[in-house]
Design a protein around this ligand. Structure first.
Ligand code: DGY
Length: 327
C-alpha cells in the first residue's frame, strides 16, 4: 500500500467504474466474493484500512470496528444497514453511510414485477409448459387474482414503499399503509392512500401485503403466525425488505396449510440459507436478493457510497454529506 494515500477495503467486486473512481484517490483492495461475509476474516484484515465499503451481507460488528483502529467510515453498498452496529460506530467516531434514493425506482419496478408474477402464477404456469403438460388452451387453468380494485397493504411507506404504491395505483389498486408515521397530506393524497395504525388490521384488510420497512427491533418477526392468520386466505405476501421481518417457520406453515395464497420473497432471515419448508411451499417465488440489481442502479449505489468515503476522508463537514446515518 502507498503510504501517502488512504486505504480503502471494498469487500467484494462492484462495478469497475466505482473502483476506478476510488483508485484515483486511495489505495483500494477488493475482496473476493463472499470472503468478508465472515466476521473473522474481517477482524483479521481490517486494521490497515481507513474506510470500508461493504455489502449488506457483511457483519460490521463491534468486534470488527474495534479491530479497525484506523477506520473513519463504513459505507454500506445498500440502503438497508441492519448489518452495521451503528451505535458502536457512533461511539467510536466512525461515520456510517448508506445509499438512499438511487435504488428506489429499480426496487419499485421489481416489487411490481413480483406482484404480477405471483398474482398470475407465472412461475407455475411456465413450469407446467416446460414439463410438457400444455395440451391446449384451458378455461380453468392458472386462474389468478386481478389487481384492479384490490387492496395493497404496504408496511413501510418510505421511498421504496411509495414507488411501489405509485405503480400499483396505475394498475387500479387501492393503497393502505402502515408506517412509523403518517405521510404528509400531499403524498397521501397523491396515492389516495389510507393510513392504518395497527399492522394486524392492515393484514385483515389487504389482498396483497408488501413489506418495505427496515429491519429494526420493532419490525423483527412483525409477520408472525398471528399476522398471517389475520390475512385473508386469497391474500399474497411480498417481501423485498429484510428476511427477518417475517417469521419464516410461521410463513412456511401458512403457505403449506393454504392459510394464505402465495408469497414472493427476495430476502431471507439467514441469507444465503433458505428455510427448507419454504423451498417446497406452493405458489412461492424465491429470489436471491436482487431488488436493486440493474446496471444503472448498482453503479449509482457504488458511486454514492464511494463519494461518502471520499468526503469523510477529505474532512468534509458531516452536514454536507447527505447519506450519513446518525446513530
Ligand atoms: C438494500 O439496498 O438494502 C436492498 O436490500 C437492495 O435490494
Amino acid at each position: 500500500m502507498n503510504s501517502g494515500k488512504p486505504n480503502i477495503l471494498i469487500t467484494e467486486p462492484i462495478p469497475a467504474k466505482v473502483i476506478d473512481h476510488l483508485r484515483d484517490f486511495a489505495n483500494v483492495t477488493v475482496g473476493e466474493k463472499g470472503y468478508f461475509q465472515s466476521e473473522e476474516n474481517l477482524i483479521n484484515e481490517i486494521q490497515p484500512y481507513d474506510a470500508l465499503l461493504c455489502m449488506l451481507s457483511v457483519p460490521v460488528t463491534e468486534a470488527v470496528m474495534k479491530a479497525g483502529s484506523n477506520l473513519k467510515i463504513v459505507a454500506n453498498f445498500a440502503v438497508g444497514y441492519d448489518n452495521i452496529d451503528v451505535e458502536t460506530a457512533g461511539s467510536l467516531g466512525i461515520r456510517v453511510a448508506n445509499t438512499p434514493d438511487v435504488l428506489t425506482e429499480a426496487c419499485g419496478d421489481y416489487a411490481m414485477g413480483l406482484l404480477l408474477a405471483l398474482s398470475r402464477k407465472l412461475k407455475e404456469a411456465e413450469q407446467y409448459l416446460r414439463d410438457g403438460n400444455f395440451k391446449g388452451w384451458e378455461p380453468l387453468g392458472f386462474l389468478g387474482m386481478e389487481l384492479r380494485n384490490r387492496n395493497l397493504g404496504i408496511i413501510g411507506m418510505g421511498r421504496i414503499g411509495q414507488a411501489f404504491a405509485h405503480r400499483a395505483r396505475a394498475f387500479g389498486m387501492n393503497i393502505l399503509y402502515h408506517n412509523r408515521s403518517k405521510l404528509d397530506p400531499d403524498s397521501e393524497k397523491a396515492l389516495d392512500a389510507t393510513y392504518i395504525e395497527d399492522s394486524g388490521e392492515l393484514a385483515e384488510k389487504s389482498d396483497v401485503v408488501s413489506l418495505n420497512c427496515p429491519l429494526t427491533d420493532n419490525t423483527h418477526h412483525l409477520v408472525d403466525s398471528d399476522f398471517l392468520n389475520r390475512m385473508p386466505v386469497h391474500a399474497l405476501l411480498i417481501n423485498i425488505s429484510r428476511g427477518a421481518v417475517i417469521d419464516e417457520v410461521a410463513l412456511a406453515e401458512a403457505l403449506h396449510n393454504k392459510a394464505i395464497a402465495g408469497a414472493a420473497l427476495d430476502v431471507f432471515e439467514k441469507e444465503p440459507e433458505v428455510h427448507p419448508k419454504l423451498l417446497t411451499a406452493p405458489n412461492t417465488l424465491l429470489l436471491p436478493h436482487i431488488a436493486s440489481a440493474t446496471h444503472r442502479t448498482r453503479q449509482d449505489i457504488g458511486m454514492l457510497a464511494a463519494d461518502a468515503i471520499i468526503s469523510v476522508l477529505n474532512g468534509k463537514d458531516d452536514r454536507e454529506i447527505p447519506n450519513l446515518i446518525t446513530p
